[in-house]
Write a protein of this length. Sequence first.
Length: 557
Amino acid sequence: MNDISILIGGKAGFGIDTSSLIIARIFNQLGYRLYVYRDYPSLIRGGHTFSIIRAHSEKKAAHSNRIDILLALDQDTLDFHKSRLNKNGMLIYDSDSVNAEGIGDGIQTIKAPLTTLVKEENASEIMRNTCIIGVLCKICCIRWDILEKVLKKNISRETDLNLKVARRGFDAVEELRKAEPLNQAPLPIISGNEAIGLGLLKAGIQDYVAYPMTPSSGLLHFMASLTQDFPLKVIHPESEIGVMLMALGFSFMGEKTAVGTSGGGFCLMTEGLSFAGMAELPVVIIMGQRPGPSTGLPTYTSQTELDFVISAGQGEFPRLVVAPADAEEAYYWSGLAMNLAWKFQIPSFILSDKTLSEGAYSFDLNSVPEIREENPVPWDKKSPYKRYADTETGVSPLAFVPQPNEVIKANSYEHDALGITTEDAVISKAMQDKRMRKERFLREDLENYRTVNIYGDNAATTAIVCWGSNKGVCAEAAEKLKLKVIQPVVLWPFPLKAVKEALSGVTKIISVENNATGQLAGLMSRYGLIVNEKILRYDGRPFVPEELEEEIRKVMK
């Protein structure tokens, strides 16, 4: 098999997420490319949580609704997910706590007394997940030394006991179905949040400021883990208001700064965002989208904040909005977002979502263009310093406090070139023209990058238009249906020229989005690009290839 889907489920708080990553890393050792989807309720303990691990010979960025192997640590997992099993699928379950009667013809059932085996080793109940991974490896003819290697590298507490428990599961069953090793080297497996963090680090981030909010909380934890090895400050203030204002303080001092949040937290940041626009303070905002309004579905996914971030803040000022689709794009475009924020002294947005932020991917660094840290235009120290000097591009040379005999101001009021408050009509217009002029030069600069990606059949007359994490599922569906996929990575300033070129020869456009209104379709219509059909999902769950393919067939009739 070159496409294997495994679902592991149990109660929240019982290590399902860690277990799924261990399974992914085991198949990674066999040369497979991995994608892991996580699904969990907004509970610390209790409730049902599961992960789907997809191991494929090629890179994929979407999970399948059909699974080959179901690992059931409790009855809910079997009851909720048995309908997902393929006709010749396999069920592995804890026979001490799960009743698998009536599972259906054709399904191989492997019962293992996980609770008993764990108790015999005087281990905690949570180690049943380690035990069932041992069972899985033996069933799939995966050598013990591979499992042992992965466990030693990924379990830092009670490692020896976990190995004992895994061995008990491994020895409790027989080999049944071989997962064939592939002739490919393993790749690192990282989450979208981790990829964003690494891209920011490559571009020279010095400060990360955030208040925990799913799905960006993982980025806060990841950045905090890097502080011992890199010159990086990570700060958790008292609120999202404090987050944005503290970040602007760092920016004023010349330190490259990013903040992370979700829609509800960003609502509190919008006044500070306008401050950044007026004061021309560069800052990167990572927006991890989840369903609203209000608290909504806090641990699920959506693409509902595109309109919000494009128009957020009072007044008018330029900004950059990018929406990466997978780990490689998250790494690359996060670095570029930082570079461009400082090059043009503007806010930059990285639009993520739960699917990207918390999904785990095989990460191929060699496929990503090099990121080089870029520094802003410095003040030449020859003339009196004017923080808001009017220039051809609208970008003023930068100096940072302290400078002997110079005053460096950041002003949220309208101001003159020195940063002194003014209400003069002529000066006010000139300063607004200066700020807005940067957008034209930002557009020109973006033409040096591939702002729009194309997948599928380039000659097709029907195109799927998507953004963010939907790229993976759209590309997979389009491959079967012989369609073209157009994915703008940059969403603002809207890359009209590149999108028009991508749409050359296309007579029908289908937008695929995780929102109820078709926000990308609406944005395209502002530029005269009319979407013919919309396929929208807004229940908090991502599209899967089988369902999306069916929906596309319906609108193509």
